[in-house]
Design a protein around this ligand. Structure first.
Ligand SMILES: [Ca+2]
Ligand SMILES: [Ca+2]
Ligand SMILES: [Ca+2]
Length: 900
């Protein structure tokens, strides 16, 4: 309703504007080094292409158009519709010329010794984009290299475009024409891998244009999206990138002419700016609702040109459906945070259970509930649906639907030496008794898919078991909504089987990790895809590989006569670089698991304890042999560096610094696609892990009662707390139930210090939680922060207020920048997010209970979370480790809330 009203206003303004075009303000280079006018931001390599995952659809020339980043990828590219693993340009030089209102960026493809430059200059309401060559395009790239600009499909599909006067419409689904071209003509992809399986044709698929011409007007039917692009010297070609990959964008490009130097392509790009446009307020509140006693504060995000209103109101929806004013109060200006201005509206006084909404000026939010029960269900979707769907090596059924069949029946091969994708690698030495490509027996059992992909990240799986053990031991959640049969390799959702789900989930995680320890001898880095062309799989996990053992003596795509082997090299690989920190984490986890499994599955409990002691001993011995100073202290090479990198916030160093780094074992140093789960989790847990055998010693003490373990723990914990209280207090609190009262008393001063840290974080931004700025957004860190804060409020209620954990919950459930949707799939009554980067992302859907990384920071000043485009993992992917740490958060939080 409101939107169509605004559109109408916009249309009227546009109509008026046609009569007085001189009123539209010109684009100007601002002090943040982008071109700006109200409603339009043109960024020129504020965000650079990253080497780790190549094209993340987050880089180059970008346009934030009426608040939405709808255009990106502006750069010289080597193909028509670049995919994720196509080469991206390095940008060795970026020069901002504020006098001439222009930015110049040098681009380089080292693989082809190919350099070019792009110069973007503001010219009135438009920018001119010009590509310069000092040397002609290399021969192989002639006719291939071009200047590309990409447009977000979900914001343009179904809208009109007009090319050289010919009207047309952006297609809702990818249905256009392609040609097959010899692989010899395909520019090299990332590290020489191929994103496609050519089925033996020797050809790749090359899209044909939807339209070509010299002038295109996009979305004349939508003033917020309308852009006019013209080129006198080059042909504009419009492509649909989704022909090759579901995450492709619409691409407009001009091929660079062969044999020429100087200014070779010139475009004029004019994004329409609605005169006087002001972004709608984003009224942040908890979609899940509030318990009566808690603080209730809405955070209202405002355009800087918007004038804050002095008051806001709370309306109650009465039993007869009428709306009654329940509270009216003053707003309080918090101030500026990046590009927006913030005011807060405290309505803590509203305590009566009921259904409410917020009214701020003309803006009315969706409804929310105040009641003591609102948080009761916050983890159910995660525990009953998301986690079991991510069980590997099982068929997973729900009602009438099979989520996936049993994957990877052929097992896992020893990885050969490989500088791999997804941040994995295998060194020259396998460290095992297996030869490269040899089947490692027993690994195709148990374990969890990492995230939106299907590998088993060992580090994540270890943390999953640890989280599940904590949930079991600390909160005793015996919920039984899932049928799990390891014998049948079958999972059925919503079917109780008399066994607590948590124990079954722990058992399932342990089965794979034990198989690694027993068959490999130590913890693998990962069990992952061998070929890139099935790594990006979307659909049934059981269809990723053919389930048959790879036999190189057979021709590709051919099966053996007995139907048991095939010539298709699709078997998964086990990456076996030994990482002592990972072994130490596993020792810690196995000790905890053995304790929980005792009495449920004694045989498994015995195996866990045996591996725990062996790995702890071996890792300790090997570490002291390696003799690095930090190791004894921190228990592993990751520990230290990791902590430094993590705090205060996530991937600070941002995309360039972090991503390309080789993985250090199972732990992703930074929010890699996977690490992620990791991320938030690791914030805390890797610290715990990083605190190394400190946490392991505690777990072994709890498991065995042997005094030597707790003596060592005591020797380690106090210096660790002295070094950095917020990194170690969670581990310290984990010990409270097992220690005497004097231990807790000795912790009190550290709880006081921790409170100082919480206070400091609370004041850093309007939302009062740590907000990350890495290229994997920061929900994980918020969850971790909230978990530790909740535990602290439980153990030290006289020191630590509940408000810190309440802030974290509110952020997750809707009180955050950009939009106010709950970041947890299907959780939050009125408006959870609708699309996530799960393995069903091609359907623009979600797997219930998933936790999105959330608000992705784009330099220099923009937070975003797309809810109509699932394919940006840094915003929308959930990970097994992250979602299990959300489970702990939920349990700790509910426990805290219930305490008076
Ligand atoms: Ca069960
Ligand atoms: Ca196979
Ligand atoms: Ca992965």
């Amino acid at each position: 309703m409101k939107k169509s009203f605004l559109m109408l206003c916009a249309a009227i303004i546009v109509a008026a504007c046609d009569k007085a075009p001189e009123q539209a303000p010109p684009l100007k280079l601002n002090d943040k080094e982008y071109f700006e006018t109200q409603g339009v931001n043109v960024l020129v390599f504020s965000n650079t292409f990253s080497g780790g995952f190549n094209d993340e659809k987050n880089s180059g020339i970008e346009i934030i158009h009426h608040g939405v980043r709808t255009v990106q990828g502006g750069a010289v590219r080597l193909s028509k519709t670049p995919e994720q693993w196509d080469l991206v340009p390095a940008s060795p030089r970026r020069t901002v010329d504020s006098i001439n209102n222009s930015i110049e960026v040098a681009m380089r493809y080292a693989d082809y010794d190919f350099d070019s430059r792009v110069v973007v200059t503001a010219k009135g309401k438009a920018v001119e984009i010009a590509v310069y060559l000092d040397k002609p395009v290399p021969e192989f790239l002639a006719g291939k290299a071009g200047f590309n600009l990409e447009f977000l499909p979900s914001q343009y599909w179904n809208k009109a475009y007009i090319m050289d006067g010919r009207p047309n419409r952006f297609p809702r689904y990818a249905v256009s024409q392609t040609q097959a071209v010899s692989n010899d003509e395909k520019p090299r992809q990332f590290k020489g891998f191929r994103t496609y399986d050519d089925r033996g044709t020797g050809e790749f698929v090359d899209p044909l244009p939807l339209e070509t011409g010299h002038s295109i007007l996009m979305a004349p039917d939508d003033p917020e999206r309308m852009i006019k692009i013209t080129s006198d010297d080059s042909m504009l070609e419009l492509y649909d990138g989704r022909m090759l990959a579901q995450n492709g964008w619409y691409v407009l490009r001009s091929v660079l002419p062969a044999g020429k130097t100087g200014k070779v392509v010139t475009w004029t790009v004019e994004p329409h700016a609605i005169p006087g446009w002001i972004r709608e307020p984003n009224i942040g509140f908890s979609q899940v609702g509030y318990v009566p006693s808690q603080p209730k504060v809405a955070v209202i995000e405002l355009d800087k040109k918007d004038k804050p209103l002095a008051t806001a109101s709370i309306y109650r929806i009465a039993d007869d459906g009428s709306e009654k004013l329940a509270y009216k109060g003053k707003t309080a200006v918090w101030g500026e945070y990046y590009k927006y201005n913030y005011v807060k509206f405290d309505f803590s006084e509203v305590k009566e259970p009921g259904v409410y909404f917020i009214q701020y000026g003309d803006f009315k939010t969706g409804n929310f509930i105040i009641d003591n029960s609102v948080y009761n269900w916050i983890t159910d979707a995660t525990s009953d649906v998301w986690i079991p769907i991510h069980m590997n090596h099982m068929t997973v059924n729900e009602g009438y639907r099979i989520w996936h069949g049993e994957p990877f029946k052929e097992g896992y091969l020893q990885a050969p030496q490989s500088d791999h994708f997804d941040l994995h690698s295998q060194g020259a030495n396998t460290n095992t008794k297996y030869k490269p490509y040899e089947l490692i027996p027993g690994l195709n059992v148990g374990g969890y898919f990492d995230a939106g992909d299907f590998d088993i990240e060992t580090g994540s799986n270890i943390s999953v078991v640890q989280s599940l053990v904590s949930a079991w031991e600390l909160f005793g959640n015996k919920r039984d909504e899932t049928f799990v049969s390891e014998e049948q390799r079958y999972v059925d959702l919503h079917r109780p089987d008399g066994k607590p789900d948590l124990l079954q989930y722990i058992e399932h995680g342990v089965l794979n990790l034990l198989a690694q320890a027993e068959n490999i001898g130590f913890m693998s880095q990962t069990l992952s895809n061998s070929v890139l062309d099935n790594y990006h799989h979307l659909g049934d996990a059981a269809a990723i590989t053919d389930g048959l053992h790879y036999d190189p003596s057979l021709p590709k795509y051919v099966k053996s006569a007995d139907g048991k082997r095939s010539g298709t090299p699709d078997d998964m690989w086990a990456f076996t670089n030994r990482n002592l920190n990972s072994d130490m984490n596993a020792a810690n986890m196995f000790a905890a698991a053995s304790r929980v499994l005792r009495g449920y599955n004694n045989e498994l409990a015995d195996r866990c304890l045996k591996q725990s002691k062996r790995l702890q001993e071996e890792a300790t011995k090997l570490m002291s042999q390696r003799g690095a100073g930090g190791m004894g202290r921190m228990g592993g090479q990751n520990g230290q560096g990791f902590q430094g990198g993590q705090r205060p916030q996530g991937a600070q160093g941002g995309q360039n610094a972090q991503r390309p780094q080789a993985p250090q074992g199972g732990q992703r140093p930074q929010g890699g696609q996977n690490g992620q789960g990791g991320q938030g989790f690791q914030n805390q847990n890797s610290n715990r892990a990083g605190n190394g055998n400190m946490a392991t010693n505690l777990q072994l003490y709890i498991a065995t009662g042997e005094k030597s373990y707790i003596d060592q723990f005591n020797e380690q914990i106090w210096p660790a707390l002295d070094r950095n209280v917020n990194n170690s207090i969670r581990t310290a609190m984990d010990a409270i139930p097992y220690m005497d009262a004097s231990y807790k008393e000795r912790l009190r001063p550290y709880a006081e210090k921790y409170k100082d840290y919480l206070e400091q974080v609370s004041n850093n931004n309007p939302y009062g939680v740590p907000i990350g700025e890495g290229n994997w957004a920061g929900s994980g860190a918020v969850v971790t922060y909230g978990t530790t804060a909740a535990f602290a409020a439980i153990y030290f209620p006289d020191i630590i207020d509940k408000k810190y954990a309440y802030n974290a919950a509110a952020f997750m459930f809707g009180c955050h920048p950009y939009h106010n949707y709950s970041l947890v799939a299907a959780v939050g009554a009125a408006r959870p997010k609708q699309v996530f980067y799960g393995n069903n992302r091609a359907d623009f859907s979600f797997i219930p209970g998933n936790v999105a990384p959330g608000l992705l920071f784009r330099r220099p000043d923009h937070f975003e979370n797309f809810d109509d485009w699932p394919f940006l993992w840094g915003q929308n992917e959930g990970t097994i480790a992250g979602n299990c740490s959300y489970l702990i958060f939920g349990e700790a939080f509910k426990n805290m809330v219930s305490k008076n």
